[in-house]
Design a protein around this ligand. Structure first.
Ligand SMILES: Cc1cc2nc3c(=O)[nH]c(=O)nc-3n(C[C@H](O)[C@H](O)[C@H](O)COP(=O)(O)OP(=O)(O)OC[C@H]3O[C@@H](n4cnc5c(N)ncnc54)[C@H](O)[C@@H]3O)c2cc1C
Length: 363
């Protein structure tokens, strides 16, 4: 597993090293050529569009790198869904059956009995990252085998992930649990062994799919907990505000060092306690944000609400980037950098979105 460096140059180097062809052949394997870029995309340091343009400029034909391009588009797709639906609730169908709305203790303690998952949970606690397939296996065990509602488990995962993203996280959990898809996702032990190169047998997943879908909840998943997450925020450090300048507001979803870099502006990283009490994150995630924020020149931190920021410093020209969780901000809202800005609105399936966006990528 790679570490997550935070200097802008090291992030750019990661983009430059993408091998989109190898990616297409190996991405489902836990040692496959995935990019590890999601922490930077989720924190708004770089965008899917930037990554795509960089790769296309190297001369790859779209047909040869379609798998990679599709994944970038999945991300934009989920962002569009969250602009139009309240993804905190079951989007298409109520998840069913649901045994509990709390959290399985065996998962918290990395004692699921599936080696690949238990290792992945330990690695998540250590690194703040989990491979996409392991997230799918984990969510499938939690929601479809142990029958927990996706909501609290998704909050737990988001708390630990450096790439925690409200839209991708909620939509993906719901996709696995059948709340945002027409059927639930299952993976049996054979599938997990194939993609993780582990050889484990005689587990509750070691059966064919028909038996798996009809299985009883394994007894070690019955014990559940209600989790209480806290976020430790740093103190404000505002020391100088120029009232003649506009104020660029950065936040947990926007740490773009290139944003208006040529403009004279007050630059403030806004950390709202209310926001973090609804969407708590670990100390590791906050440290990651503080490290990334060093790429933004003269950035000052304000820990408090948007209203308090506005009134404490009598700011009259506030500029911020659109994100569905910022709806209470006031000022000049600027768009995010989409792969295709003009394809907006709600699409009920990724494939409908992909069909629409594909011709724009080809040109
Ligand atoms: C249960 C569950 C929870 C998830 N929670 C999050 C989350 O909180 N934040 C998050 O960014 N992603 C989430 N994902 C999506 C996906 O797992 C991660 O984006 C991906 O693993 C990131 O690693 P990477 O950058 O190495 O991806 P790569 O495979 O290298 O992909 C390149 C980029 O494409 C995008 N991408 C790839 N796969 C997906 C996908 N399945 N859905 C949406 N975008 C994708 C990401 O922006 C990623 O950085 C979740 C998936 C599942 C199944």
């Amino acid at each position: 597993m790679e570490a997550f460096p935070t200097s802008y140059q090291s992030i750019f180097d990661k983009i430059d090293q993408i091998d989109p062809i190898k990616y297409g052949k190996t991405r489902n394997h836990i040692d496959g050529a995935v990019t590890y870029l999601s922490p930077y995309i989720s924190r708004g340091v770089i965008t899917t569009n930037q990554v795509l343009n960089h790769v296309l400029k190297k001369g790859f034909a779209l047909k040869d790198i379609e798998s990679f391009v599709k994944e970038l588009c999945w991300r934009d797709y989920f962002q569009r869904v969250a602009q139009h639906k309240n993804v905190a609730f079951d989007i298409k169908n109520p998840q069913s059956p649901v045994f509990s709305k709390s959290f399985p203790k065996a998962v918290l303690e990395a004692q699921t009995g599936i080696l690949a998952i238990d290792n992945a949970i330990h690695l998540l606690y250590q690194s703040g990252y989990m491979h996409n397939h392991l997230r799918m296996y984990l969510a499938s065990i939690v929601c479809n085998i142990a029958q927990y509602h996706w909501s609290l488990p998704s909050k737990w995962l988001y708390y630990h992930l450096l790439d925690g993203d409200f839209a991708s996280n909620a939509c993906s959990w719901q996709w696995v649990a059948g709340a945002n898809s027409s059927k639930k996702y299952y993976a049996n032990q054979e599938n997990i062994n194939t993609y993780t190169k582990l050889v484990q047998s005689n587990t509750f997943l070691d059966c064919d799919y028909e038996s798996l879908v009809n299985s009883q909840i394994p007894s070690h998943f019955i014990e559940s907990l209600d989790l209480d997450f806290q976020t430790k925020l740093p103190e404000s450090n505002i020391h100088s505000i120029n009232p003649q300048w506009p104020t660029y507001v950065y936040n947990y979803y926007n740490l773009d060092p290139l944003w208006g870099a040529d403009v004279n502006a007050n630059r403030i990283l806004l950390l709202e306690p209310d926001f973090f009490s609804k969407f708590p994150v670990s100390e590791k995630c906050i440290q990651f944000v503080l490290d990334l924020s060093k790429n933004i020149k003269d950035l000052q931190i304000f820990t408090g609400s948007f209203k308090e920021l506005e009134s404490s410093f009598k700011l009259d020209k506030i500029v911020y980037k659109e994100y569905p969780l910022n709806n209470h901000y006031k000022g000049i809202e600027v768009s995010r950098d989409w792969i295709c800005e003009s394809i907006s609105g709600y699409f009920p399936s990724f494939f409908a979105y992909w069909k629409k966006i594909n011709p724009f990528i080809n040109t």
